[in-house]
Design a protein around this ligand. Structure first.
Ligand code: ADP
Ligand code: MG
Length: 529
């Protein structure tokens, strides 16, 4: 019973193989763009109709092909990119299998127009069968048209998604590639409408062209691995990975390991189930990574997972090192006593008795302790300093005088304004608050003078917006902080207060500190005045 086995015709082999490379219009667009990039194109234009099912046209200004190569390129395992297995380890191109064009041509009405060194040539194929090879007119570069996708594979055609879904996927694939190749111009037209068009740019501009701003830049290098890109503010962390773009040696890669490392880099700044958006580029010698595991699955194998993880975590973590440390965690925990004592002392601030204290005192004082928002100092007597009042004085002088140093924020703050954006920016800059308009009724704050804390800036800003006087705004803001100060903070405030023009009164003219008398203690212990 011989004759059961027979060799499949080439066209059938190609159709079967096509299933692997050519799933949908997006995967075709990806292959074709990669070919254009491999050909050194500086401009790649894609047009699709019906999400690509009716037509995918891609035009590039790359090196093109001669007549012979153009015909050969449609054959399976025909490639100009490798000659021998050894070439794989030093591969610089995106493709190398020589499968894509054959697979695409096998399931479509295919037309290739190309011009390299010699004459331009037009090659037409239908379902993988060569139909025409003829001279044509074209500038250097290549144009490929793929029509009636899957016309000869009804089963596959039936399972295609809707044109709009396919169109979205094509756009997403193109955007991703465009992010990794900022030096190349890309354009996508779908159903006659321009979806996007980007000019050659640097990587920062290219990211801005596609993604929301408020991202932060990162450039890092360690052990032969270069990491650069942008990471969103912790607040922007989303519930899915959809905002995460990773490229290794310019290829889009999906790597749970790297995604996890980025998250770890954020430390406890984001929740367990939050995913920080990022666009990260990793560049490393090909000895450290194998990206050719499978052409469709965007997986990689690292030579050393742990080293890679640590490098990325450190790169992201380095972003946070320069956060202004005014809001540092408590270095000193006050004993669990009530604040009644200090409150009582300061309640006397407006009394006659207080006014008699000789002012100003030159302090070469000893810090006794920090007690909630109060600092106790000893210097020929005991003094109680209201740190919030001191804070308000410092802030008031910093904002109202021209001497100020704004500290850049790691993450710009976004605030809403009721219009008059430019005027607001001007008024804020007068106080040394660096900001800019980012949209209608929206400002981004880039740098704040010290003693104005990013975390509580909103409170300050809402008071200021209401048009209150600066002295009221600073006082209310500092009172509203209601925080306990650490020893370091208290000491910092006290030292800075000594540089103020007025070291004695808060912006409303109430004393910042007062001497504590022996009789105060007696009063506290006996439960009265
Ligand atoms: P691979 O990219 O793996 O080599 P393909 O089937 O995608 O295989 O392409 C086959 C060959 O056709 C490539 O090796 C290249 O020489 C040539 N080619 C394909 N597209 C282009 C293009 N846009 N410009 C110039 N040459 C191309
Ligand atoms: Mg290819």
């Amino acid at each position: 019973m011989d004759g059961k086995i027979y060799r499949l015709p080439e066209a059938v082999i190609n159709q079967i193989a096509a299933g692997e490379v050519v799933e949908n219009p997006a995967s075709i667009v990806k292959e074709l763009i990669e070919n254009s990039l491999d050909a050194g194109a500086t401009s790649i234009r894609v047009e699709i109709v019906s999400g690509g099912q009716q037509l995918i046209r891609i035009e590039d200004d790359g090196c093109g092909m001669g007549r012979e190569d153009a015909v050969l390129s449609l054959e399976r395992h025909a490639t100009s990119k490798i000659r021998a297995v050894e070439d794989l380890s030093t591969l610089m191109t995106m493709g190398f299998r020589g499968e894509a064009l054959a697979a695409i041509a096998a399931v479509s009405q295919f037309e290739l127009k190309t011009k390299g060194e010699g004459e331009a040539v037009r090659v037409v194929a239908s379902g993988g069968q060569l139909v025409t090879v003829e001279p044509c007119a074209r500038n250097r570069g290549t144009t490929i048209e793929v029509r009636s996708l899957f016309f000869n594979v009804p089963a596959r055609k039936k399972f295609q998604k809707s044109p709009s879904t396919n169109g979205t996927q094509v756009a997403r694939v193109m955007e991703t590639i465009a992010l990794a190749h900022p030096e190349v111009a890309f354009s996508l037209v779908s159903a006659g409408k321009q979806v996007f068009e980007v000019e050659p740019a640097d990587w920062k501009k290219r990211i801005e062209a596609f993604l929301e701003p408020h991202l932060h830049e990162l450039e890092f290098e360690k052990g032969g691995i270069r990491v650069w890109g942008t990471v969103a503010a912790p607040l922007k962390a989303g519930a899915t990975r959809s905002g995460q773009y990773l490229f290794i040696n310019r290829r889009p890669i999906f790597s749970p390991l790297i995604a996890r490392a980025v998250k770890e880099g954020f430390g406890t700044r984001i929740g367990e189930h939050a995913y920080p958006p990022f666009v990260l580029f990793l560049e490393m010698p090909s000895t450290l990574v194998d990206v050719n595991v499978h052409p469709q699955k965007k997986e990689v194998r690292f030579q050393e997972d742990a080293a890679m993880f640590q490098c990325v975590q450190e790169a992201v973590g380095s972003l946070f090192v320069s956060i202004p440390s005014f809001a540092e965690p408590l270095a000193f925990t006050p004993p669990p006593l009530s604040f009644a004592f200090a409150e009582q002392v300061l309640a006397r601030r407006s009394t006659e008795q207080f006014q008699e204290v000789p002012l100003p005192i030159v302090f070469s004082e000893r810090v006794v302790t920090v007690f909630g928002p109060y600092l106790l100092l000893e210097k020929e007597g005991l003094f109680c300093v209201d740190l919030r009042a001191a804070h308000a004085r410092i802030l008031f002088e910093t904002l109202s005088q021209k001497k100020r140093v704004a500290e850049p924020l790691l993450w710009p703050l976004e605030v809403a304004v009721e219009g008059a954006e430019e005027e607001t920016v001007h008024a804020l800059s007068e106080m040394g608050i660096e900001c800019r308009v980012v949209g209608r009724k929206r400002l981004a704050i880039d740098a704040l003078p010290s003693f104005l804390d990013a975390a509580s800036f909103a409170q300050f800003f809402s008071g200021w917006k209401e048009g209150k006087q600066l002295k009221m705004v600073t006082l209310e803001y500092c009172q509203g902080l209601k925080k306990r100060y650490s020893l370091t903070e208290a000491h910092g405030l006290w030292r800075r207060l000594q540089e103020c023009e007025d070291r004695t009164y808060d912006p409303l003219g109430r004393p910042i500190w007062s001497e504590v008398k022996e009789s105060d203690f007696a009063g506290i212990i006996r439960g009265g005045k």
